[in-house]
Design a protein around this ligand. Structure first.
Ligand code: SF4
Length: 448
């Protein structure tokens, strides 16, 4: 049950000292109940009250760290059901499995493929997060050998150790615990031993139940001993997984049901890689914190990474590149100068087509707060005045021996005014970036 303002007020010092920035303790309590301030802003709360209120204000879904060092990832910590309410916080970790029954050659090839599963999209590097090693051999020594082999070759990838045998985990953890792998699974039969290992090596633990209700009961027991947990409902049918993950997220956020206040993991089952990626994409959208899959080829995995990126970007914040003057290729004083906005999609579309034109050029990415050409023009962020100011301050005049700007065809209407204000000749380019190679060939190719 959420605390009311009066419940909170009872725990405060009631001195009305105003150190929190509020005029009274009651006002602070009410603001806290609404979620518009933070408990830390009152420096006078007693330790007992802090503990009481700390539990009440604990995030509905715990954040769990996997991996060590600067690339470590955070699972969970989400606060909303829908991305349009507020952004999702910690993107789903994409994990590819290998088996400890693979031959060394097969294993090395698979690790090479997984290492290669990353790309640059709109200026951001996106890639797979971890490799999961499955103890199919059931043999602790083989498991340990394969975990060590993967750990030695995986580049910037974290580890997930999948075995229900405590002996196998005990064999593999001494060599890998420093990398803080996610391990599991603790089940109704082995959870005491698995929790003891997770505690000893300070690693997060997957708890695997058998359906939603059974999982809740198991997590309740395990969470009394250890809290770095990831929920696996044990369900593998796609539709049932979606229902289970949705129930878990709803109960955690809306009812503050503590056994479900942890990140979740889902496993794909489809053998066909096309189906598997669809399954994985659905789990990313609703509501897995970790998705484990087998496919390791770029045509399957890269679209999944793109789908994840789109879901986990902040819908209120356009993705922008730095507003700047960019040199594309071996530019010369004669090179063309293209003007566009600093909306990432616009910029990278233009950049890609300037490269494709094979005629080096400059791109002036005007600061439009990350909005696209027509949106920026309609809101006055991409008009003759703003472009002129940006052209003057970006230093292009010192780089070229001509005075011509190419503007997007969609804003041809500003060409006259821009020419007048900037003193530069304005050439109306194509409406879409895809037209740049043909345009550049016609205007700038020496052979043209
Ligand atoms: Fe009350 Fe604490 Fe605010 Fe002072 S700082 S007014 S004690 S809530």
């Amino acid at each position: 049950m959420a605390l009311t303002g009066l419940d909170i007020f009872k725990q405060l010092p009631k001195t009305n000292c105003k150190d929190c920035g509020m005029s009274t303790c009651l006002a602070f309590a009410m603001a806290l109940a609404r979620g518009s301030t933070e408990l830390d802003l009152c420096p006078h709360v007693s330790e007992t009250a802090k503990e009481f209120l700390g539990i009440a204000f604990a995030p509905p879904i715990r954040s769990v760290i996997v991996g060590a060092g600067p690339t470590q990832i955070t699972l969970g910590g989400e606060t909303v059901l829908f991305r349009h309410d507020k952004t999702f916080i910690n993107q789903t970790a994409i994990v590819i499995t290998v088996s400890d029954t693979m031959s060394p050659a097969e294993l090395d090839e698979k690790i090479r493929n997984i290492n290669d599963l990353n790309m640059n999209r709109m200026g951001l590097r996106i890639g797979v997060d971890a490799i999961a090693i499955t103890n199919c051999s059931q043999n602790p020594e083989i498991f340990k050998t394969v975990v060590d082999r993967v750990a030695a070759q995986a580049k910037n990838l974290h580890l997930v150790l999948l075995t229900e045998k405590p002996a196998a985990l005990e064999a593999a953890l001494p060599g890998s615990a420093a990398q803080r792998p996610l391990v599991g699974s603790a089940t109704a039969d082995n959870w005491q031993e698995m929790v003891a290992l997770a505690k000893r090596y300070a690693v997060p633990l997957i708890v695997k139940g058998n359906g939603v209700n059974d999982t809740a009961a198991l997590i309740e027991k395990v969470a009394n001993e250890y809290k770095e947990l990831v929920i696996d409902t044990g369900i593998r049918n796609t539709a049932e997984v979606i229902v289970a993950l949705t129930k878990i997220r709803r109960l955690a956020l809306k009812k503050k049901f503590r056994p479900f206040g942890f990140p979740t993991i889902a496993f794909t089952t489809a053998e066909d890689p096309n189906e598997e990626i669809v399954q994985a994409g659905v789990f990313v959208a609703k509501y897995a914190s970790v998705v484990v899959l087998k496919a390791d080829e770029k045509p399957y995995v890269l679209p999944l990474l793109t789908c994840r990126m789109n879901i986990y970007t902040d819908p209120e914040k356009p993705i922008a590149v730095e507003a700047n003057l960019y040199e594309i290729g071996a530019v010369t004083p004669e090179s063309p100068v293209y003007v566009c906005t600093n909306f990432s999609l616009t910029y990278y579309a233009v950049e890609g087509e300037v490269i494709a034109s094979k005629i080096p050029g400059y791109i002036i990415a005007v600061d439009t707060e990350g909005t696209s050409v027509l949106t920026a023009w309609a809101s006055g962020r991409f008009d003759a005045q703003t472009i002129t100011e940006f052209v003057q301050k970006c230093g292009i005049a010192e780089k070229v021996n001509h005075r011509s700007l190419v503007i997007p065809g969609y804003v041809a209407v500003i060409s006259g005014k821009l020419q007048e204000k900037s003193g530069w000749k304005v050439i109306v380019g194509p409406q879409e970036a895809i037209g740049i190679p043909a345009f550049a060939k016609a205007y700038y190719s020496k052979e043209a």
